[in-house]
Design a protein around this ligand. Sequence first.
Ligand code: C2E
Ligand code: CA
Ligand code: CA
Length: 524
Amino acid sequence: MAHTHTKRESSGLLLLIAGLLPLVLGLLFTFFEAQQNVKRQQVAAADALLTQTETVTQNAWDMINQLKQYTDDKCVNPMRKIQQLGSLSAYFRAVGTFSGPNVTCSSAFGRNPGTLSQMVLGKMPAHPYDWMYSIGGTYGVPHRPAVLFMHQLPSSKGVYVVVEGQYLMDFMRAIGAQRGYQLTLRVNGGYTIQTGHVEPDDNLLFSGSTYRAESQRFPISVSVTSSKAEALKNWRQAFFIFLPLAIILSLLCMLLAVNWLKHRLSWRDELRKGIRNGEFLVHYQPVWQVEERRCAGVEALLRWQRHDGRQVRPDMFIAAAEAEGMIIPLTRHLLNIIADEAQTWSVAPGFHLGVNVAAEHIQHPDFLADIRQFAARLREKQMIITLELTERSLIHEGPEVANKLATLRREGIRVAIDDFGTGHCSLSYLQNFQLDYLKIDRGFINAIESLEGETPVLDAIISLSHKLALEVLGEGVETPLQFEYLKNHGVNYIQGYLYARPLNSAALMAWLTKKGSLPPGTPD
Ligand code: C2E
Ligand code: CA
Ligand code: CA
């Protein structure tokens, strides 16, 4: 009852996770996507502003080039030309010539224009021959920024161009208005020309951000600051684009989960049906006893032959039966089949019969009764029943399991540890449990490469079993070399394709008469 209850709870949890996971991941994705989007838009805005400013700058330098020829003239001659050039482009506030600190000729103020410092409303910084910088205003237009371009000759005469800041600001407003950006433009570390305003904020999820960029061609730097509202707007957009997809995805995941759960349930039903319809068979794999030079007995291995002819691999259906709480009924079924089939056998007393037992079964209150009933049905045959347990069955179990096994051993049942070496690292259970055999996993046998070669782990396992006075069996022996090696190292039993494959009951009886006493590897 409790079992079904937790099962139902874990199914619900699985469904919940399947449904929520895409939504949560999607939500995270939208945050990321929105951030990337804001960044992309900022980069585009910064690029546009830089490109435009570069074009204006290039035009200003071109203008300077044209003006250069007038530096030596008296202002009278070039005046017309200067005024003409100055009014050619809408974005020049003024153009002119200078000599030392004085403006000698100006498109705005004619022949009496004052000093350069007066014009830029401040001290002129020391500068090289060609230079440019942004300023807060000029004499004629004191409250509107501008960009000043100057070309000075070694004679300290030169020409200048003042680019109208309003022009740049209009452009900045045009690209910043839609997304509410705050844009700045600064030339050569001069005055910062700015449009728009963004409140600073420290919201954790959504916050404004600033992107800065610099021109590769001129000393121009720009920045684009976006607001929290912009971040939120972008996230909302990403969210509504993604939401339908996330819903579909989460429905799909839930569908998969439901399918999987159904499939899981169907394993249980299929196993039940398989038992009812007699789809399970038992094969018996002979074991060679080295010292006595004869077949010592067999290990019973379960087979599932579906009604449609398909075979299900034992490791698959055993694992499914264990996961679905079906291993105990399945093992009882197995014991029944064995007991039925063994009635027809003619074997010498002391013939070994190995049966694999799952951990869950050993803990079950009916375990002793199940095994005793099985043993009772075989009593007449005087076989030695060996329970094969994996390390996993023993390692977590306390005295209760140890007591059960001790009781069964007193009644003549033997205990083998199966797949030794593949389970847990702790060997303490070897002292806590009374065991009879140790079955070395196929993996270690495979490591044997030559008779003289070293297989340290295998050798250690063999000598450990000798020290513990356990009889030792080598599993999955496929080659004469492996057989020879194990024999030389004092392994007592050999099981594997070299000696015999698992056979059904009738085939086993025929095989025993014909080959039971021929050593492993004897040709047919
Ligand atoms: P296992 O108990 O270690 O059984 C030995 C496995 O090795 C068997 O595979 C056997 O057919 C195979 N084998 C034997 N000799 C050789 C060999 O020379 N070479 C190779 N490559 N393989 C060899 P099988 O029958 O497929 O069983 C797989 C596992 O399924 C078993 O491993 C056991 O853990 C489990 N199993 C099988 N029958 C039962 C059962 O009735 N009850 C339980 N609880 N588990 C079972
Ligand atoms: Ca086994
Ligand atoms: Ca094994």
